[in-house]
Unconditional design. Structure first.
Length: 309
């Protein structure tokens, strides 16, 4: 089977694997990834990996049977409860090109298995801006809060993603980790690779991954640290601190489940203690550096207050 699709303006700035999920809704996610791995998808006559950023006019060639497709205009609208929209995530920065929100913990940034329809960040944001094409510029884990950047048009998204790829973004986090750190200022340089199940990142002969940290405050059972990412791998902060023996408080995937349970009972923390506190990047139009800050959520501030007593 050999079909060619041309990318429209509406899909500009979207990653290829997201476009595939949108275009072939009747094909499972694992099957789409298998088609990419087995070279059954080409972008502009080159083998596609799925992470490519699409531009208007790009050609996607597929070598598999897509099955029944939804016709244009048949797309079922997403219904979002008014009470959900009314909460509206706090907007930290906004102009004609982009918007930055203070993402709460507990909400996935995009649809996926186990995420109710209409309850991901990208769906909620699209509902808030029904006349715009909203795209994620980067991601935060479901249980991580803080600054999240979205673009309002394909051109902006493409420029921001190019800047991100070139390392022009500075992401700073605040985290609470168990135990005492080996030094007050340190760098974790451990390659990471995805576990076969895809649910966890493990240290090994994977991609280069670098995390810098600075000790802000040391408690009896844990340490509060400022974290600066030099690379942006999936679950990088969580995997790196777990690798050096100081797992994130509340992280049950990479951390210590028993310690987390005890901490939850004594301090009331029901999430992982990780917050994206600031983001700096060059504006896609003015080229001036934009720095956005997100205040620490009340539940995390409450935990720190209890630890001081």
């Amino acid at each position: 089977m050999n079909n060619i699709f041309q990318i429209s303006k509406d899909d500009e700035g979207m990653r290829l694997h997201r476009w595939m999920r949108k275009t072939f809704p009747d094909i499972g996610l694992s099957a789409l990834h298998r088609f990419l791995r087995t070279k059954k998808v080409k972008l502009n006559n080159k083998r596609a990996k799925g992470e490519e950023i699409l531009a208007q006019g790009d050609e996607v060639r597929i070598f598999f049977i897509p099955g029944p497709r939804k016709k244009e205009g048949e797309k079922k609208p997403i219904t979002i409860p008014k009470k959900v929209l009314q909460k509206n995530f706090p907007i930290l920065f906004e102009d004609d090109n982009l918007v930055a929100i203070n993402k709460p913990a507990g909400i996935s940034v995009h649809p996926g298995t186990g995420v109710p329809t209409g309850r991901s960040i990208i769906e909620l944001a699209s509902a808030m801006y029904p006349n715009l094409i909203i795209r994620l510029i980067h991601r935060l884990d479901k249980d991580t809060s803080g600054v999240l950047l979205l673009g309002k048009d394909g051109s902006t998204v493409r420029k921001l993603l190019e800047s991100l790829k070139k390392g022009c973004f500075e992401k700073q986090y605040i985290a609470l980790v168990f135990g005492k750190l080996p030094q007050k200022n340190g760098t974790i340089n451990i390659a990471l690779k995805r576990q076969e199940s895809g649910k966890k990142m493990i240290s090994g002969s994977g991609k280069k991954s670098i995390t810098h940290y600075h000790l802000q405050k040391e408690f009896t059972e844990a340490s509060l640290v400022d974290v600066l990412l030099e690379t942006g791998r999936t679950h990088q902060i969580r995997a790196h601190f777990a690798a050096i023996g100081n797992p994130l408080v509340g992280d049950n995937h990479h951390g210590d489940f028993t310690h987390n349970k005890v901490f939850q009972k004594t301090h009331g923390l029901k999430r992982q203690f990780l917050h994206a506190q600031s983001l700096s990047f060059p504006h896609p139009e003015t080229k001036k550096t934009v720095t956005i800050h997100a205040p620490l959520p009340e539940n995390l501030r409450g935990v720190l207050e209890k630890m001081k007593k």
